[in-house]
Design a binder for this molecule. Structure first.
Ligand SMILES: Cc1cc2nc3c(=O)[nH]c(=O)nc-3n(C[C@H](O)[C@H](O)[C@H](O)COP(=O)(O)OP(=O)(O)OC[C@H]3O[C@@H](n4cnc5c(N)ncnc54)[C@H](O)[C@@H]3O)c2cc1C
Length: 348
């Protein structure tokens, strides 16, 4: 099991709607530094399974590091799904459960910027964390466009009402209920977003909602590259069931065409040979270096790192936007070397 996995105690489980619960955790004091997080990040939960030992499922933190001392995720049942139903049916206060440390890049750069947040269904969890954080600790204005099947399906309805009363000048929440208005439309979303096109955009919801929102933003002249997106999906990989990295480096790259890379991670510096056909994350794990990762498919952003010098290329990228790429960020699980000498830092 990766050293980034820990067993933590469930503090409580609270029903939000008929099919969603918020699970909060007690983090022991010695682990508190490892569980610091930014609004919009997620935890990966180890869900026990008789069939496979466990499955790993990601859940965005719905709590805010700026106004709550607890960490909490909010899980909505997926029809026929294994992990979400197991959590909703089984987890109780006092249970111990395996989780990976917080991760992800779906986070605002500054809490002082104005934000336009789009959520549908359980996609509201990181949106709630971001909204609460900006209101409590920043100066930005927040506009939330939130789509649901009907009023009963709205998660955090009361909390949004309370926040709107407390911050009437800074928070606007626009609900879109499908039983009243049908599925969200491009024209309808354009209308709701029209006055906020200069805001930074965060979007989290199912594929159909994402597509219609991107089309609306496109009509408003907001390019996809400016839109931060979180895509919910179940992991195929399981970081909880992998064996710990080897203690001594294996001779990865011996006799192969390699680049030379200096890697800074967890306060240590490693000089390594990096085979040109091997992804950065795989090369580090081969050397017994405990690099952070969850999905290995470029979707979750956990393995994000900075290219300080040298050129690299990514095979796939589903989580970094243009600004982040321009700032030199890359995803270790998809990165190959181009230059002969490189310098990479896990400093995000
Ligand atoms: C970054 C990120 C953040 C997310 N945040 C949230 C969030 O805040 N809230 C939220 O609700 N969701 C969130 N999700 C989605 C979440 O991770 C899951 O994808 C979702 O809960 C559905 O998982 P599921 O296991 O219930 O369903 P599925 O993945 O559809 O479950 C079915 C799968 O489980 C397998 N399976 C069935 N039975 C068993 C068994 N006994 N043992 C082992 N495997 C079995 C099946 O083969 C099938 O592959 C997030 C996803 C990501 C990537």
């Amino acid at each position: 099991m990766t050293p980034r996995a820990h067993e933590v105690k469930v503090r409580d489980v609270v029903a939000e709607t008929g099919d969603a619960v918020t699970v909060s955790f007690d983090i022991p004091e010695d682990l508190a530094p490892r569980f610091r997080y930014q609004p919009g990040q997620f935890l990966t939960v180890r869900v026990p399974s008789d069939r496979t030992g466990s499955v790993a499922r990601c859940y965005s933190l719905s709590s805010s590091p700026h106004c709550e001392d607890r960490l909490a995720v909010t899980v909505k049942r997926t029809a026929g799904g294994y992990g979400s139903n197991w959590i909703c049916d089984n987890l109780e206060s006092g249970d111990l459960i395996g989780v990976l440390e917080p991760a992800g890049v779906f986070t605002p750069r500054s809490l002082d910027e104005d934000l336009l947040l789009f959520a549908a269904g359980s996609g509201v969890t990181p949106i709630m964390s971001i909204a609460k954080s900006v209101l409590a600790a920043g100066t930005g204005d927040v506009v939330v466009v939130y789509a649901n099947r009907d009023a009963d399906a709205v998660i955090f309805g009361n909390e949004f009402d309370r926040l709107t009363q407390r911050f009437p000048q800074r928070l606007t929440v626009r609900h879109w209920l499908e039983n009243e208005r049908g599925l969200p439309t491009v024209a309808g979303l354009v209308e709701l977003a029209r006055d906020h096109r200069d805001h930074d955009v965060f979007l989290c919801g199912p594929t159909g909602f994402t597509a219609v929102t991107l089309a609306a933003l496109g009509q408003l002249g907001i390019p996809e590259q400016r839109v931060h997106r979180e895509q919910y999906r179940s992991l195929t990989d399981n970081p909880f069931e992998h064996t710990a990295p080897a203690a001594t480096p294996t001779p990865t790259g011996a006799g192969k065409d390699t680049a030379t890379v200096r890697v800074e991670i967890d306060g240590e510096t490693h000089m390594l040979n990096w085979p040109r056909d091997t992804k950065l994350l795989d090369m580090l794990l081969d050397h017994g270096i405990d690099a952070p990762y969850v999905c290995r498919e470029s979707a979750c952003g956990t393995c994000v790192c900075s290219v300080k010098s040298g050129r690299t290329r990514m095979l796939m990228n589903e989580s970094l936007i243009d600004d982040e790429l321009a700032a030199g960020l890359t995803l270790a699980c998809q990165t190959l070397p181009e230059s002969d000498q490189l310098h990479i830092a896990f400093d995000q």
